[in-house]
Design a protein around this ligand. Structure first.
Ligand SMILES: NC(=O)C1=CN([C@@H]2O[C@H](COP(=O)(O)OP(=O)(O)OC[C@H]3O[C@@H](n4cnc5c(N)ncnc54)[C@H](O)[C@@H]3O)[C@@H](O)[C@H]2O)C=CC1
Ligand SMILES: O=C(O)[C@@H]1CCC=N1
Length: 258
């Protein structure tokens, strides 16, 4: 599979790194206007270029990891050079209909929403496409399955997926940071507190993914009656723990919808 990533920033690089490790048969090209900071990817077998149409005709999938306001400029460059291509766009807020109108009927628009854990094969990449592109989109699904999970969702949930699965990485990290800060206050150095907090979150997530139960069922196994856990949880909730997360996620969604 030849993958051509346009936009070698945070997300584009995490996908390139992930593919180099978890999809070694993929041949990856990544472009960016100034490539100095990403030339190290060449050592991993990734082709790095400043030219967006560099060998683009050979690509099986073109991945857009640019900001929304860069889309028209990039498409003006690449469209004359391509036909019959799958364009998988991670651009937040750009609908399939809008992208399809821009790229014409000879190319197929697929919407993807990965997160930067793609680098570690641990992204939750939500994918949406039109029925007409169902077959072609399977290559995109397979590609992102190699970088974690790749659920196919209804496009109307794509903005929600952006905040839950992509911004969600930052939200989860902020929880870990807060836990680490508390860990320092109660006696650990920051490295030990971070290692314990991160592993604890990983363990909790693994239990949920494995057991496929509601979190409260697992919480019930931790909250010993009259114990310290329920006392801590109740204090957190009194200070708005869950409601502040929910409000934050809904505010992120409003920001995308404009
Ligand atoms: N960062 C994240 O975790 C996620 C980002 N996204 C979406 O992915 C897109 C990119 O986000 P980031 O990687 O965070 O932004 P970024 O700013 O780190 O990366 C964008 C890259 O595109 C490059 N670029 C700009 N104009 C270009 C052009 N004409 N040709 C080639 N490259 C060009 C920039 O140099 C930059 O390296 C955005 O639409 C964002 O909403 C989606 C999911 C997760
Ligand atoms: O913050 C943003 O707008 C992008 C989309 C989701 C993650 N990063």
């Amino acid at each position: 599979m030849k993958v051509h990533i346009i936009g070698g920033g945070n997300l584009g690089v995490s996908i390139a790194l992930g593919l180099s490790k978890f999809s070694p048969d993929s041949k990856v090209t990544i472009t960016r206007r100034n490539t100095a900071s990403i030339l190290y990817l060449e050592k991993l077998g990734v082709t790095v270029s400043t030219i967006n149409i560099h060998q683009i005709q050979e690509a099986d999938i073109i991945v857009l990891t640019i900001k929304p306001y860069q889309v028209d400029t990039v498409l003006a460059e690449i469209l004359p050079a391509i036909t019959n291509k799958i364009i998988a766009s991670a651009v937040s807020g750009l609908s399939i209909e809008n992208l399809q109108n821009k790229i014409g009927t000879s190319n197929s628009a697929v919407r993807i929403m990965p997160n930067i854990a793609a680098q570690f094969g641990a992204s939750a990449t939500c994918i949406a496409f039109n029925e007409k592109d169902k077959e072609k989109a399977q290559d995109v699904v397979a590609l992102f399955q190699s970088l974690g999970t790749a659920p196919i969702i209804d496009e109307k949930l794509m903005d929600a997926a952006t905040v839950l699965a992509a911004s969600g990485t930052a939200f989860a990290l902020r929880y870990i940071r807060a836990s680490m800060q508390a860990g320092i206050e109660i006696g650990f150095d920051w490295q030990t507190a971070l290692a314990i907090s991160a592993q604890t979150v990983k363990g909790a997530a693994e239990m949920l993914l494995e057991e496929k139960v509601h979190p409260e069922q697992l919480i019930d196994r931790v909250t010993t009656p009259q114990g310290c856990t329920i006392a801590g949880l109740n204090e957190m909730e009194m200070h708005g723990f869950s409601s502040s997360l929910i409000r934050g996620i809904k505010t992120s969604l409003k920001q995308i919808k404009g």
